[in-house]
Write a protein that binds this ligand. Structure first.
Ligand code: PEP
Length: 252
C-alpha cells in the first residue's frame, strides 16, 4: 500500500515573509480539510526556517529544493545538507530538470548528492524525465534508465525506503502541457520495472513515484487514478492556496 505523496516545489518564488504567511494558511486549511495524502512544500533556502515554523504540528513536510554535494568547505554560495539538518530539514529534492539544464548538474553529480543525503538519513525526491527532443527521438526509456541507474548508483536496498522518484517530462514543466495520464502511467510503469530489475519487486512495489509537469486542480484526479502514479510534484500550482488545496484534497 503506497500512501499518496503530493509535493509543492516553490522554486525561486515567495520571500520568507510571503512564504511563512502562505504556509500558515496552508497548515490551517490542511488541519480543517484533514488531507489523506502526505503533503510537502519546498521553499527557497532562506525561507526554510520561517516556513517550517509556520507549519509546525500540521504534518506538512518542509524540504529543500537542492543541496551541495559536500558537507562543508570552500564552496561559495552552496548550502550543505548538515546545515539543512541543523535547522530541522530532513527532505531534499535532487536532480530537478532546472538544476540539470541551467546549472549543469550531471547524473554523476546528482548521484553524489543522493549518496550524501542518504548518509545523513535524509529523504530524497529524485527527479528524472526526458526532454521533448529525447522523447521524439524514441529515447524516453533509455534516458529514464540512465538517470535511474546512475542517479541511484551505490544506493543500498535498505536505503530505498528514503527515496521517492518524481517523473517530470521536461517538456511539461511550466508549459501548461501535461503528459496524458496514460503516457505518464506508462513512464511510471517503466520506472517501476527498472527499479525492480535494479533492486527487487518488493522495493519497486513500495516505491512512491510522483508525476510532475503542469499538475493542476483540473487534471490531478485523472492522473492520480492511474495505477502507477502515487503522487505529484507541483510547481506553479503550489504557489497559491486556491490551486494547491484542491490538489492535495483531490480525493475528497
Ligand atoms: C516542477 O517544477 O517540478 C513542476 C512540475 O512545475 P510545473 O508544475 O509548474 O509544471
Amino acid at each position: 500500500m503506497r500512501t499518496p505523496y503530493i509535493a509543492g516545489n516553490w522554486k525561486m518564488n515567495l520571500t520568507p515573509s510571503e512564504g511563512a504567511r502562505y504556509a500558515g494558511e496552508l497548515a490551517e486549511a490542511v488541519r480543517k480539510a484533514g488531507v489523506s495524502c502526505r503533503v510537502m512544500i519546498a521553499p527557497s533556502f532562506v525561507a526554510l526556517p520561517a516556513v517550517a515554523e509556520a507549519v509546525k504540528g500540521s504534518g506538512i513536510t518542509v524540504a529543500a529544493q537542492n543541496m551541495a554535494n559536500h558537507l562543508s568547505g570552500a564552496y561559495t554560495g552552496e548550502v550543505s545538507p548538515e546545515m539543512l539538518k541543523d535547522i530541522g530539514i530532513n527532505t531534499v529534492i535532487l536532480g530537478h530538470s532546472e538544476r540539470r539544464q541551467y546549472y549543469g548538474e550531471t547524473d554523476e553529480i546528482i548521484n553524489s548528492k543522493v549518496l550524501l543525503a542518504l548518509s545523513l538519513k535524509m529523504e530524497v525526491i529524485l527527479c528524472v524525465g526526458e526532454t521533448l527532443e529525447e522523447r521524439e527521438a524514441g529515447n524516453l526509456e533509455s534516458v529514464l534508465e540512465r538517470q535511474l541507474r546512475v542517479g541511484l548508483k551505490d544506493v543500498l536496498p535498505a536505503e530505498m525506503g528514503a527515496i521517492t522518484i518524481a517523473y517530470e517530462p521536461v517538456w511539461a514543466i511550466g508549459t501548461g502541457k501535461t503528459a496524458t495520464p496514460d503516457d505518464a502511467d506508462a513512464a511510471h510503469a517503466f520506472i517501476r520495472r527498472t527499479v525492480a530489475a535494479m533492486y527487487s519487486e518488493d522495493i519497486a512495489n513500495n516505491l512512491i513515484i510522483q508525476y510532475g509537469g503542469s499538475v493542476k486542480p483540473g487534471n490531478v484526479v485523472a492522473l492520480m487514478a492511474k495505477e502507477n502514479i502515487d503522487g505529484a510534484l507541483v510547481g506553479g500550482a503550489s504557489l497559491k492556496l486556491d490551486d494547491f488545496l484542491p490538489i492535495i484534497t483531490y480525493s475528497k
